[in-house]
Design a protein around this ligand. Structure first.
Ligand code: ATP
Length: 138
């Protein structure tokens, strides 16, 4: 069983319960859950791979604008399964190509896209540790 890090982003915070219901319906187990407001410093650290990009300041402003929900999800092939369930990065694209995806249902555009999912096993471990430093790795 694999683990991944899921975020419900600020634009979808009022839909967090609805999104969790979808997550459970798709067979994921929620191992950990926290609702937090990121500081700009924490957010810059989390998204450090995007530092220097044109959209970075606006991404940090968005991600610190309201609470987020961070969850550790477990399932067979969880990393890919969760990315499939959230859909393409740009919610406008998601609405066209993956209308049942979380980004299509709850997001708005390329930035306000409702959810995040780790993109690899290495990212998943880093991101889980980022939000849940005490979460035990098997
Ligand atoms: P990954 O998990 O591979 O990092 P992702 O779908 O989260 O993929 P990234 O390209 O990593 O997307 O970008 C991180 C976040 O930054 C996106 O989820 C989105 O909120 C925001 N973002 C990405 N591209 C843009 C853009 N061109 N303009 C504004 N915001 C963007």
């Amino acid at each position: 069983v694999e683990r991944t890090l899921a975020l419900v982003k600020p634009d979808a915070i009022n839909k967090a319960d609805e999104i969790e219901t979808i997550i459970l319906k798709h067979g994921f187990t929620v191992l950990e859950k926290r609702r937090i407001i990121l500081t700009a410093e924490q957010c810059s650290d989390f998204y450090s791979e995007h530092y220097g990009k044109k959209f970075f300041p606006s991404l940090v402003a968005f991600m610190t604008s309201a609470p987020i929900v961070a969850m550790v999800l477990a399932k067979e092939n969880a990393i890919q399964q969760w990315r499939d369930l959230i859909g393409p990065t740009n919610s406008n694209v998601a609405k066209e190509t993956h209308p049942d995806s979380i980004r299509a249902l709850f997001g708005t555009n390329e930035q306000k896209n409702a959810a995040h999912g780790s993109d690899s096993a290495v990212s998943a471990e880093r991101e889980i540790r980022f939000f849940f430093p005490n979460c035990v790795v098997e």
